[in-house]
Ligand binder design. Structure first.
Ligand SMILES: [Zn+2]
Ligand SMILES: [Zn+2]
Ligand SMILES: [Zn+2]
Length: 288
C-alpha cells in the first residue's frame, strides 16, 4: 500500500525547517528515504490510459525510481526536460534562481545591518525596507516555483531540494570560491549563516551584500559597480550559449553535474570546507 502524502511546498518547507539545524543525513540510506518520500507522494496510475497530462509519470521515471539510482533518475529528468520542454519553459528556472539570489542579498544585507547597528536611510529603518523586500521577493519566488513544469522538472527540483543543504553541492561551493566568497576562505559563513525560519528562502552562498566578504575585501563596492557585477552573474539561458548558467541551473534544480555519476546527495559538503579542500577546488579552477 503506497504511502499517501499530498506533495506540495508545505511539505518541503516542513522537511527543510526540521532538518536545517540538525546534522545532515548522508549516504545511500538517506537518499533512499528521500526517494521513498517522493515516490509515496504520487498516486498509482492506471496501467494504460489514452489521455496524458503534464505531470503524468512515465515508464522510465517509474523504472529508475524503483532501481533507486538517484543520479540516473535526475539525469533522465534533466534530459527529458531539455529535450521536450525547455523551449516552452526556458525562463522559469533562471527566473527562480535569480529571485533566490535577490533573497540571499536581502538576508545577507539584513545580517550586515544588524552587525553595523541598523543604520537608517532616508528616514526609514533599512531593516524595515529589507523586511518588506523579502516579503515581495518571496511572492515572486512562489510565482516562479509554481511555474516549473509539473513533470520531470518539478520532480527533480523537489527531490533535490528535499535536502536542506542542497546549496553546499560541490559545484556551488566551487562557484562561491571562484567569486571569492566565504567558501574561498574557509570561514564557514555559507553553511553556518545565522538564518531563522522566516528567512529560509535566503539560504546559500555569498552575494555582494555579505559583510564577511566586505571585511575580507577591505572596501565597499560602489553602487554602480555592484549593479554591473550583479548583471554579470545573472542567470540567463536566453541565447542558449551561457554554459555557466546552464551548469548552475542543472545543479540547483536537479543536483547533477557533468563527469559525475555519484549520488547527488553525496556531493553535498557537510562541513565548512577546510583549507585543504579549498586548495583542491582552486586547483580545479586553475585548469585550462
Ligand atoms: Zn565568511
Ligand atoms: Zn561572504
Ligand atoms: Zn559559499
Amino acid at each position: 500500500m503506497p504511502m499517501k502524502i499530498s506533495w506540495n511546498w508545505t511539505v518541503i518547507i516542513k522537511v527543510t525547517k526540521c532538518c536545517l539545524f540538525s546534522s545532515s543525513k548522508r549516504g545511500p540510506a538517506a537518499s533512499q528515504a528521500r526517494l521513498a518520500v517522493q515516490i509515496g507522494t504520487r498516486e498509482e496510475r492506471p496501467s494504460a490510459t489514452a489521455y496524458s497530462l503534464g505531470g503524468d509519470t512515465s515508464d522510465t521515471d517509474i523504472l529508475l525510481e524503483k532501481k533507486g539510482n538517484i543520479n540516473a533518475l535526475q539525469r533522465y529528468r534533466y534530459q527529458d526536460y531539455f529535450d521536450n520542454l525547455s523551449k516552452v519553459y526556458l525562463d522559469t528556472a533562471p527566473n527562480l534562481l535569480n529571485t533566490e539570489e535577490k533573497l540571499r542579498e536581502v538576508v545577507q544585507e539584513e545580517i550586515a545591518n544588524r552587525e553595523k547597528g541598523c543604520p537608517s536611510t532616508g528616514g526609514s529603518n533599512r531593516l524595515e525596507i529589507l523586511n518588506a523586500r523579502y516579503w515581495s521577493l518571496s511572492q515572486e519566488w512562489w510565482r516562479w516555483r509554481s511555474a516549473l513544469h509539473p513533470g520531470t522538472q518539478l520532480w527533480g527540483f523537489e527531490l533535490w531540494r528535499s535536502h536542506p543543504r542542497w546549496y553546499m553541492h560541490r559545484d556551488l561551493v566551487n562557484d562561491c570560491v571562484g567569486r571569492q566568497g566565504c567558501c574561498a576562505r574557509g570561514c564557514g559563513c555559507c553553511v553556518n549563516r545565522k538564518i531563522d525560519d522566516s528567512r529560509i528562502l535566503g539560504v546559500g552562498h555569498c552575494t555582494l551584500e555579505c559583510a564577511c566578504c566586505e571585511r575580507a575585501r577591505g572596501f565597499e563596492i560602489p553602487g554602480e559597480e555592484k549593479q554591473r557585477l550583479k548583471e554579470l552573474y545573472k542567470i540567463s539561458l536566453e541565447k542558449g550559449e551561457d554554459f555557466r548558467s546552464r551548469a548552475i541551473v542543472r545543479v540547483s534544480i536537479w543536483g547533477i553535474t557533468g563527469s559525475s555519476w555519484r549520488d547527488p546527495f553525496d556531493m553535498i559538503e557537510d562541513a565548512p570546507p577546510s583549507y585543504a579542500e579549498v586548495s583542491k577546488i582552486k586547483g580545479i579552477l586553475k585548469r585550462p
